[in-house]
Design a binder for this molecule. Structure first.
Ligand SMILES: [Zn+2]
Length: 54
């Protein structure tokens, strides 16, 4: 399922509630620490305000 999503969104990371989804390739891969921190902020936002962060 994620392969299809990453294909459609051009391999951009996305966070769904408490789950950070990172593509295995290119600029949004798990080696990009700044991006990982950005996605963790979305987890924090979910904890504080709920799913409206989406
Ligand atoms: Zn974001």
């Amino acid at each position: 399922m994620l392969r299809l999503i990453f294909k459609l969104n051009e391999n951009r990371a996305l966070t769904t509630f408490r789950t950070v989804n990172l593509p295995s390739e290119v600029r949004h891969s798990r080696g990009n620490f700044d991006l990982f921190v950005h996605e963790m902020v979305h987890v924090y936002q979910f904890e504080k305000i709920g799913s409206i962060y989406i």
